[in-house]
Design a protein around this ligand. Structure first.
Ligand code: NDP
Length: 328
């Protein structure tokens, strides 16, 4: 038997979440079985657990788009019992049983080896949010953005993606401006490396198609009016890596920044990013992310506390990252 969060759907299509004891025989029949030591609570997991968005493709579902653990058996030559692995995305926790459980059974090609520099807990305090932040940094670099380009804005700065993005950019020497709706967390953001705090209320209402040129680049996990205003406020030739929809999925902007200032809007997806890109992102996280920020930026919890935390996360009340120790 093993413990897992289990999502079911009622006849009225309401999602029910409960901590259950499941038989190991109920696990999906895939090549690699992993004992999960740590998982995380991401924005998408919170949507799945609360049923707020149709993230889950089939029920019953074990949520959890991330996990770290140890291989217990493998039918793949790429992994053997005892290997330490991590998983991010690939539809796990959406259409395939996920990481908010003590056991998981997954395809070998979805796994990557855990970088030796991180413990399983540290890897999950980065998780999909942090790995996506690194993909955003890499996307900006591919557009030629460097610390000399000028200040870089990070929106949703107190969230999982935002907080790691602030830390990564600051560690590389960027002047980071952090946009947040929680000014009381300004000191925390400055400790992560933010040079300036921007009140998110100046960005999250409808704005003009072209505004004062403020930032050389941006990482946006918020979408909607915020993303439109960010595009309108980028300097000539600037770029924004867009990965999220915490404010909304809409994009109520105009083409003006693209055709009059040569601004680039770069989409970033972590779920189906190719293996080589994932490995590169994790290698860079191991080399560049200051370890000291992980402790400060992480709340640790157990499987039984995840359900109420999911609601708090969607209310924007969780700072940074949540690590789930499956033994608690
Ligand atoms: P979090 O909930 O940890 O953080 C989101 C942050 O966004 C909040 O902390 C808050 O920051 C800000 N925010 C929330 N609501 C609003 C609002 N109405 N208006 C403006 N800002 C708001 O989530 P994550 O950081 O884990 O994820 C952020 C987004 O990125 C989500 O939409 C998620 O689905 C997406 N994502 C996408 C990935 C991809 O592959 N493309 C991968 C990972 C995440 P503050 O309090 O500082 O204002």
């Amino acid at each position: 038997m093993f413990k897992a969060l289990l999502l079911t759907q009622t006849e009225q299509r309401e999602t029910k979440a409960a901590l259950e004891e499941l038989q190991e025989t109920s696990l999906p029949d895939e090549a690699v079985r992993v004992t999960v030591s740590h998982s995380t609570l991401n924005y998408k997991d919170a949507l799945a657990i609360t049923g707020r968005s149709p993230v889950v493709r089939k029920f019953p579902m074990v949520p959890g788009i991330d996990f770290a653990g140890t291989v217990v058996r493998s039918a793949s030559p790429n992994f053997k019992a005892g290997d330490e692995v991590i998983l991010n995305g690939w539809g796990v926790g959406e259409s395939h049983w996920g990481g908010l459980a003590q056991q998981a059974c997954v395809k070998a090609e979805w796994l990557i080896r855990k970088p030796a520099e991180f413990s399983a807990r540290e890897a999950m305090s980065i998780g999909t949010a942090g790995y996506t932040a690194m993909l955003c940094v890499m996307a900006l670099e591919e557009r030629g953005v460097t610390p000399r380009s000028g200040p870089v804005l990070v929106t949703g700065a107190n969230g999982g993606v935002g907080s790691i993005a602030v830390s990564l950019l600051a560690a590389q020497g960027y002047e980071v401006h952090a946009s947040t709706g929680r000014p009381e967390e300004a000191e925390h953001l400055k400790a992560l490396g933010a040079a300036d705090i921007v009140d998110r209320s100046v960005l999250n209402a409808a704005g003009k198609p072209l505004q004062k040129e403020r930032w050389a680049a941006a990482i946006d996990s918020v979408g909607s009016h915020t993303l439109a205003n960010v595009c309108a406020s980028l300097r000539y030739g600037g770029a924004v890596a867009a990965c999220g929809l915490a404010q909304g999925m809409d994009f109520p902007g105009s083409v003006a920044p693209f055709i009059l200032r040569g601004v680039s809007l770069i989409g970033v997806d972590s779920v189906y990013a190719p293996l080589a890109k994932r490995e590169q992102a994790w290698k860079r996280l191991a080399a560049e992310l200051p370890r000291t920020i992980l402790q400060r930026n992480t709340t640790e919890t157990g499987l039984s506390a995840v359900i109420p935390l999911a609601t708090r996360l969607l209310e924007g009340k969780i700072r940074g990252r949540v690590v789930v120790d499956t033994a608690i």
